[in-house]
Design a binder for this molecule. Structure first.
Ligand code: UDP
Length: 407
């Protein structure tokens, strides 16, 4: 596992020293992170890195998960969807079960730590079983709350009011709350298998195992087979481009078989692709990190044609590999793509085709934008910035009543 100093080659020694200095203010503090899974998903991926790094900085940090039965997780999935705007009816017993499971989980915690970070809605109401006289409680929300189902929001807010602060990924995801709110965008780990620099032999291995023909320019989208990711629109845009440029399209996404909806979308995409030998659908196994890394590095143009998006980490991953990204102007994509600088924001398949052609025909501009893209991620979306944000928030909460904080 990489140590903090290993990141100095990327962000500079001064940045690492700054993190160490900030952490001095929190020496001997204890932190607990609570979410509902250690495997899969962006939250777990980030915590797997953040927790060891906080410990390395001398802040004793534990990571625990809550458990629940399938009814509980069905309810929390519905809560997640309703908070992001879907109309869903919540019978009383469903929400009572949600509270009950949280109550059961509360028995295994003491929460005597100085900072309690509760991630997302699953463990949100656990706070009501604790007398939080000493600890600072922070709700870390990774989802878009801009248009929630209002009655559900009212129910959850009654528990959220007991927290000392909330953290959201981007400004437009927030709501009015009576406590401090902080904005902390997600981040990627530049040293992970998905993002680290690769040897040529590693790249060649993946190219040959997928049977990719490197002779034609590659247009790539990496994402789950989900309608909101717009895979059919990508094929449409590719076909418009193909009339003028002999290119190929790769759509790569996770095992569709575990998700019935994913399988349906995959079949639709398969059908739309027909027998075009220049469209490759790659069904990726879980943890295909090196594979995704390679695909993003060998692509000539990367697209993320989402019509709805949380943050869209896959965009940051591509920008980090010096690739400008053509992305739907939604959610966190708008924070990552600075139009005409780190990529292009699009609103239609025609727009996507126009920008794909633009980049394929202008390699020098693509490279120039790619350099900016890399720099933008370096300054904004790396795990080290995430770490600095968490340290700063804890220091701010520790000094809540002071006008000046001496660091
Ligand atoms: N990803 C993956 N396998 C896949 C598709 C995506 O590992 O088959 C990764 C992708 O590299 C990124 C994350 O899953 O790290 C997707 O995050 P994003 O925010 O882009 O979209 P989400 O799937 O969370 O809506």
């Amino acid at each position: 596992m990489n140590k903090l100093n290993d990141y100095a080659d990327i962000v500079g020694k001064n940045y690492i020293n700054q993190l160490k200095s900030l952490a001095i203010n929190l020496k001997k503090k204890k932190v607990i992170m609570v979410n509902s899974t250690k495997d899969g998903g962006g939250v777990a991926e980030i915590l797997h890195r953040l927790v060891p790094l906080l410990n390395e900085l001398g802040i004793q940090t534990k990571w625990e998960t809550i458990s629940g039965d399938s009814d509980f997780f069905n309810t929390t999935k519905n809560i997640h969807n309703a908070l992001q705007g879907q109309k869903i009816c919540f019978p009383r017993e469903m929400l009572e079960h949600y509270l009950e499971v949280n109550k059961k989980n509360s028995e295994k915690f003491e929460f005597s730590e100085d900072f309690v970070f509760i991630h997302d809605p699953q463990p949100l109401p656990i706070i009501r079983h604790f007398n939080k006289n000493k600890s600072k409680w922070i709700w870390r929300c990774h989802i878009d709350l801009s248009k929630p189902d209002l009655s559900l929001w009212k129910f959850l807010k009654s528990y959220l009011l007991q927290y000392d602060a909330s953290i959201f990924s981007i400004a437009k995801f927030t709501r009015v709350l009576p406590h401090p709110q902080y904005l902390v965008p997600p981040s990627i780990d530049p040293l992970s298998d998905k993002n680290k620099e690769l040897e040529k032999s590693e790249i060649d291995d993946v190219i040959s195992s997928f049977g990719i023909n490197s002779d034609k320019p590659i247009i790539l989208q990496v994402s789950r087979f989900d309608r909101f990711k717009g895979p059919l629109g990508v094929i449409n845009a590719y076909r418009m481009v193909k009339k003028e440029i002999n290119c190929q399209l790769i759509l790569a996404g996770g095992e569709a078989s575990d998700d019935p909806e994913g399988k349906i979308v995959y079949d639709e995409v398969r059908q739309e692709a027909g027998n075009d030998p220049d469209i490759k659908l790659l069904l990726l196994k879980p943890n295909s990190n090196i594979e995704i890394n390679v695909l993003q590095r060998i692509a000539d143009v990367i697209i993320q044609n989402s019509s709805k998006e949380g943050f869209g980490l896959v965009v940051t991953e591509a920008l980090w590999k010096r690739k400008p990204v053509i992305g739907g102007a939604v959610g966190g994509i708008t924070l990552q793509i600075i139009n005409h600088q780190t990529g292009f924001l699009i609103h239609s398949d025609e727009g996507a085709a126009f920008r794909i052609r633009y980049l394929l025909n202008r390699k020098h501009i693509s490279e120039k934008m790619g350099k900016l893209a890399r720099e933008y991620v370096l300054n904004n979306f790396l795990i080290t910035r995430h770490l600095r944000d968490y340290l700063s928030i804890m220091i701010a909460l520790e000094n809540k009543n002071k006008h000046i904080v001496q660091l």
